[in-house]
Design a protein around this ligand. Structure first.
Ligand code: SF4
Ligand code: ZN
Length: 284
């Protein structure tokens, strides 16, 4: 296993930010924080980059509060993360968007999938309504390599166009930036541990049983790509650069539709969030 070097990692992430022009003057970059290591790391690097290169752009952090079942320590951690980076934090409660987690958790559809739909929807909607020019996420290189392979297997070739550090927004869909595109979850953890940056490391959600199963499968994928990296130097970097080239050469994605119910971007007539609200109501 390669030894972790703090400065080399920082250099790699900063290079991604500058090479792919992830931040520009006058940007209003929004970042959703879960309390975990990846979003925390993305926040840290973006805020450090703006300070180091004196970029005249702003960062706003927000946390989507899923419900009272999430321990208070998550909010405390997110607060500490933003205090360290000197960034303003706003907290949004999903109750105010018509979601009742108790009810959602009793539906037959997998809860983590509903949770993903809610978070993706609100992250885009909240940021856009608050005036964001870009939405920053903590997705890292290992995620993209695994997504890529899974989408090849599933023949979802269109999705691969989304696998780039900078994903141009379309219609109401905000531009996404992924500063950790050439990083990994393990390196994010090592980095934050080395600088003493707080994050939640354990599974805190009481509904995480299904997610744990999914995480275990993902760990197996990670293990495979880490094994290749041991005998093939720079495997991940070259693979990710290859993904970017493929994404560039694939046909452009069409502009999303606007949901007939809420007007938010979707690739169907009615978005996943509105369908979830309807299922929640029908189950009452
Ligand atoms: Fe949501 Fe809990 Fe599943 Fe995480 S584990 S996706 S917080 S339901
Ligand atoms: Zn909708």
């Amino acid at each position: 296993m390669n030894e972790f070097n703090l400065e080399t990692y920082k250099k790699r992430i900063f290079k991604t930010i500058s090479k792919y022009k992830l931040v520009e003057p006058k940007d209003k970059i929004f970042i959703g924080l879960s309390g975990g290591k990846d979003s925390g790391c993305a926040l840290f690097f973006i805020s450090q980059y703006l300070k180091t290169y004196k970029v005249d752009a702003e960062i706003f952090a927000f946390h989507i509060k899923l419900g009272d079942f999430i321990p208070e320590k998550v909010i405390e951690t997110v607060k500490k993360q933003t205090e360290i980076c000197e960034i303003e934090l706003k907290i949004y409660d999903i109750k105010n968007y018509g979601i009742d987690y108790e009810k959602i958790s009793k539906l037959t559809r997998p809860l983590c999938s509903s949770c993903g739909t809610i978070k993706r929807y609100l992250m885009n909607k909240i940021s856009r309504e608050e005036g964001a020019t870009k939405l920053c996420t903590g997705h890292h290189g290992d995620d993209f390599i695994v997504f890529f392979m899974k989408n090849i297997i599933g023949k979802n070739i269109d999705w691969i166009t989304k696998f780039t550090p900078y994903l141009e927004g379309k219609g109401k869909q905000l531009t996404r930036i992924r500063p950790l595109f050439f990083g990994s979850g393990e390196e994010n953890k090592n980095f934050l541990n080395s600088i003493g940056f707080p994050y939640i490391s354990e599974d805190i959600c009481p509904h995480s049983l299904l997610k744990q199963k999914f995480d275990k499968r993902r760990e197996k994928w990670y293990r495979v790509i880490n094994q290749i990296s041991e005998w093939q130097p720079n495997f991940k970097i070259y693979f990710l650069e290859g993904i970017i080239e493929i994404a560039k050469n694939l046909k452009e994605q069409k502009e999303p539709f606007e949901c007939e119910v809420c007007g938010e971007p979707t690739n169907k007539r009615i978005c996943g969030f509105c369908k979830l609200i309807k299922t929640q109501k029908d189950a009452q």
